[in-house]
Design a protein around this ligand. Structure first.
Ligand code: HEM
Length: 368
């Protein structure tokens, strides 16, 4: 017994020392471009501001994040480096294993969580969504209906009755209806339903919050143990993901029912396109649905919420935008919207100040 304990001690002690050494190593501090994960952990409560400052203080506007037992990652605010990573050398900078494992419970094999061929296929099919024809349909049919039949009447009634609305919630409903219609040919009608938060929205917000928290624990082992034991936030995550998957399955089944009567080409939505390209695995199609909800809902609504807040703070800009809209058309279509240069610039400036996706990183497997 004593021998066994000694043996265990002899094995465990060096192991603990190695782990302690790796976690407490200051070696990376000497390099001004390199940030040890411990610093990120220490600043996790104001992570966006902190990383922005560190990146802006780096001479190249670029940092490398190191973490024990994990691949190095790169973050940048340098347009030339963004171009290098996303345009000229895209395949050299994958999302990587750490992102994959951390997000997999929510995003599965959806476009946001894959690299290589799977990413390429999904990207190819998704890119139709951003063709001029699709965008025209998006602006002139889907958004136009949602605006004129739902959002504007709701805001007009609230203004007449002096009702206070939570604009962020309203805009999330607006973008959610839009993204579901354009991507899945499905109308959830969230903007018309009662203003109590739908179960799906609560589940989605909880799931995204908890999954992001996974990135900010000292070691992934901690959330993995909680997930294994199904306790605390990980228990809630698993419930929320079940709710989200139930919703995604409902969308998918409805689409399949409709496709039994008409061709995917006539449907024109993204989900029908995936089905027509031979994607038949139910879980993968559900993952694709969930990735697109994530892509379209919070990004666009966050952009609109900040934009309207900034207009409220800057009435002179608001007047200029109103002037431009009135000057161009009473009911602008796709071509008129494209000509709204001042409004476009204001939206870009608003997203520069308050980016809807403030942080992103890629794997860096070599240093140039
Ligand atoms: C203000 C609105 C939006 C912002 C700020 C935004 C921002 C982003 C960012 C930062 C990425 C990550 C790029 C990367 O890691 O390479 C991304 C990816 C993506 N977004 Fe958006 N997005 C917005 C709206 C949308 C909408 C409405 C859709 C869908 C209709 C969409 C679909 C996608 C898709 C499919 C990807 C994955 C692309 C890929 O991995 O190649 N986004 N978006």
């Amino acid at each position: 017994m004593l021998e066994a304990s000694l043996l265990l001690f002899c094995f465990l002690l060096p192991l603990l020392l190695i782990v302690f050494k790796v976690f407490s190593s200051d070696a990376h501090k000497s390099n001004p471009f390199t940030v040890n994960f411990r610093s990120i952990y220490a600043n996790r409560h104001h992570i966006i501001q902190w990383i922005s400052e560190v990146v802006n203080n780096s001479p190249t506007l670029t940092i490398i994040i190191t973490r024990p037992f994990s691949q190095n990652r790169v973050m940048t605010a340098n347009p030339a480096v963004v171009h290098h990573i996303l345009q000229t050398n895209f395949s050299t900078y994958p999302k990587g294993e750490m992102i994959r494992t951390t997000l997999s419970d929510l995003l599965g094999e959806g476009i946001f969580n894959v690299d290589g061929d799977s990413w390429k296929f999904q990207r190819q099919i998704s890119s139709h969504e951003f063709s001029t024809k699709s965008l025209r349909h998006f602006v002139e049919d889907v958004v136009d209906f949602e605006l004129n039949q739902r959002l504007i009447p709701m805001l007009t009634t609230a203004a007449a009755n002096h009702t206070v609305l939570d604009l962020q919630d309203i805009l999330q409903r607006f973008t959610f209806d839009n993204i579901c219609k354009i991507a899945f040919g499905y109308d959830p009608g969230y903007l018309t339903s009662s203003l109590a938060k739908p179960e799906f929205a609560v589940a989605f917000e909880d799931a995204v919050r908890i999954i992001i928290q996974r990135f900010l624990v000292l070691t992934p082992i901690l959330w993995k143990i909680k997930r294994f034991l199904n306790v605390g936030s990980e228990k809630r995550l698993s419930e929320a993901v079940s709710e989200i998957q139930r919703f995604a399955r409902e969308i998918l089944n409805e689409r399949k029912r409709e496709l039994a009567h008409k061709s995917p080409v006539d449907s024109g939505d993204l989900l029908s396109r995936f089905i027509s390209y031979g994607y038949s695995d139910e879980k993968l199609l559900m993952d694709i649905v969930i990735s697109f909800i994530l892509a379209g809902r919070d990004t666009t609504s966050a952009a609109l919420t900040w934009f309207l807040w900034l207009l409220f703070k800057n009435p002179a800009i608001e007047s200029e935008i109103v002037r431009e809209i009135k000057e161009i058309s009473d009911s602008p279509g796709y071509d008129e919207v494209k000509d709204m240069v001042y409004t476009h610039a204001s939206l870009c400036e608003s997203m520069r100040l308050y980016p809807p996706v403030p942080l992103n990183s890629k794997v860096l497997d070599r240093i140039f």
